[in-house]
Write a protein that binds this ligand. Structure first.
Ligand code: ADP
Ligand code: MG
Length: 341
């Protein structure tokens, strides 16, 4: 679907309160057709509320949302015909197999039996469910059900698909499978609005990103625009000795080399910091560490990661909703360190 202005989603001044909690506070977004839009923000920022308003499930207190030119309140039926939301429309039958469920959903949405079967097989493969495909869903683990639910939302592709933290808690293979499918359906014209707390996911998939906090947009642009906007280089130091890591981070914090806080990744023995404008920062930094007896194996300078952008904008590191499973980075997100005095 192409609207006159090329925008499939147009959100203006959206506000929503729950009692005294302000969930959305004048949210503005525009999303071009056939793109991936990443909505980033810490827990409680209002991401899910925004998605639910856009999917016609929650009525805003004020503001306006158009999807494909249709108003989500006045023309909710037309909007519902265009959008899909993970976990909402997939009524999975526990007595039936995963395959039978997907085929049934395909048939219900107008595919021929042959098409529905082929799509089911493809999705079961993508989400690593081929082995369990013919077993009753009631015997699936939580993770398997989640993957089947994602598959179910992708049996036929709506014009606009909302994915609310789709890969939180997913294993790496299924996460890559989802990314591939997202790229495919976007190439075919679907628009995807994705909320995530995984910066790598946003970096990989999103054409445009809005970082929201307290129900409003605090920054937006393409991933590289966001990285450029914080106007700093990220320095990554690999410290020679494990036991020096924490001390070195403290030293750098205290000596004021970092714009913000120094992040520690003990697995890779790396310290990451946003370099400030200090002259000769690299040699000063190495000098200060050497004087304290800490040796640096590698020092690299790079474009800041979206993690750094997020940390700079929101004041804390991104932490996914679920803590029970590993993050896609293979390590749990590094908690931000406050500069000590
Ligand atoms: N149904 C609800 N009733 C009361 N408060 C809610 C409800 N849904 C969300 N909230 C509150 O609104 C704020 C935004 O929540 P949410 O949209 O879920 O954020 P996010 O998805 O970014 O974590 C939070 O403070 C949350 O507690
Ligand atoms: Mg949420």
């Amino acid at each position: 679907m192409v609207t006159a202005d090329g925008l499939i989603i147009d959100v203006e001044g959206l506000a929503k309160r729950y009692g005294s909690t302000v969930a959305l506070d004048g949210l503005n977004l525009v999303v071009p057709t056939a793109s991936v839009f990443g909505l980033l923000g810490p827990n409680g920022a209002g991401k899910t509320t925004a998605v639910r308003v856009l999917a016609t499930l929650v009525r805003p207190d004020s503001g306006r949302v158009r999807i494909g030119g249709y108003d989500v309140i006045e023309q909710a039926e037309q909007v519902r015909g265009m959008v899909g939301l993970t976990g909402q429309y997939a009524a999975l039958d526990g007595f039936q197999s995963g395959r039978a469920n997907l085929i049934m959903l395909g048939r219900l949405s107008g595919l021929s039996h042959h098409q529905a079967k082929a799509r089911a097989t493809e999705l079961l493969d993508r989400f690593d469910l081929a082995d369990a495909a013919d077993r009753a869903v009631s015997g699936y683990s939580g993770g398997m059900r989640r993957r089947l639910d994602l598959a179910a939302s992708l049996v036929t592709t709506p014009q606009v698909l909302f994915l609310d933290e789709p890969t939180t808690g997913l294993d790496p293979a299924s996460r890559l499978g989802l990314w591939e499918i997202v790229r495919e359906i976007v190439a075919q014209g679907t628009t995807v609005l994705l909320t995530t707390q995984y910066m790598e996911e946003a970096d990989q998939l999103a054409d445009h990103i809005a970082v929201i906090d307290h129900g409003r947009v605090i920054s937006q642009g393409t991933p590289s625009e966001l990285k450029g906007a914080i106007g700093a280089t990220e320095l990554v130091l690999t410290i020679a000795t494990d036991s020096d890591l924490a001390g070195a981070a403290d030293l750098l914090d205290r000596a004021g080399f970092a714009n913000g806080s120094v992040q520690v990744d003990s697995e890779s023995r790396q310290l990451r910091l946003l370099a400030n404008e200090r002259p000769h920062i690299a040699s000063e930094l190495i000098g200060a560490l050497s004087a304290a007896g800490t040796h640096v194996d590698v020092l690299t300078a790079q474009e800041p990661s979206l993690d750094q952008v997020f940390l700079t904008l929101t004041g804390h590191a991104a932490t996914p909703d679920t803590t029970s499973e590993p993050s896609p980075h293979g390590a749990t997100p590094v908690p931000s360190r406050k500069a000590s005095t």
